[in-house]
Design a protein around this ligand. Sequence first.
Ligand SMILES: Cc1cc2nc3c(=O)[nH]c(=O)nc-3n(C[C@H](O)[C@H](O)[C@H](O)COP(=O)(O)O)c2cc1C
Length: 297
Amino acid sequence: MLGLELANPVVVGSGLLTDQERNIRRLLHSGAGAVVTKTIHPNPPTGLDERIVRLPTGMINSTTYSKRSVDHWVGILRDLARDRLPVIASLHADSPAELAALAAQVETTGCRALELGISCLNEQDGLDDVPERVHAYTAATRAATRLPFSVKLASGEGVQDRAFAAARAGADAVTISDTLPAAAVHAETGDLRLGGVFGYSGPGIKPLVLASLWKLRRAGFPLPLLGSGGVQSGRDVHDYLRVGAVAAQVYTALHTDMSPTLVRIVAETAGSPRTDHDPEPVTQPATEADRSRQVRS
Ligand SMILES: Cc1cc2nc3c(=O)[nH]c(=O)nc-3n(C[C@H](O)[C@H](O)[C@H](O)COP(=O)(O)O)c2cc1C
């Protein structure tokens, strides 16, 4: 995958937990096939209130990019590369030209693979992503580096067109999905928690991401796909592989007992696709009672 030989298909996705060298090493020690860094940005927004809300079905977060400088990251990536660790640098910038320059700089560290974290919706006005934008960032990066890279997209409207745009512009793989727009209402005030619409992750998004991957495969999408969304168990990883992903990323689940959770998911992945942790979803005929209930609601 992306030129890396993975010991297993469980990749730790980009996020707060991968914003530190110590954690990256710990996650690899706990069995991750690879780790994606927090998104490195030459000019991360400042002054935003970056927070997390935990929901029963996942998490909403208003974080954006790493606050560490590019120079700081260059040092970290050099150390990790010296130890031949399977680390994927996640990168973004304010323009395609700036992203291209950042990718070229990161290539000098010996880092072997990149993910373009171009789809974060938590910047001030959200993100209405379109194929032209994806093409511009991908093509500029392709022209600047020989490193293999995946383009990370958000599932949802137009994701097929955006994925094909990344492929046409020279990406080596596509990762789906970044977090999806969501809101939670404060019970007492009636206001939106975090003050607006921000990125939703965790088990609630997994069926949506599976659908996106399955549809891309059915449409003959030519590149390897990485699944990202709601992985909590080996069974979830197998579900992603079964709809055609080459690897699955796990992130939100690791906010609870990071290392033991990862060790468990990697162990379950090595076992049978059917684990005791996850009861099989029940499929049943829609009865007359279900129909009349639907009509009434
Ligand atoms: C707190 C938090 C921070 C994140 N930061 C990043 C980031 O910097 N770059 C990125 O590409 N994705 C980021 N993500 C998205 C995750 O990498 C992942 O794609 C998404 O959460 C779906 O997977 P999950 O349900 O396993 O968490 C972040 C997610 C969370 C919850």
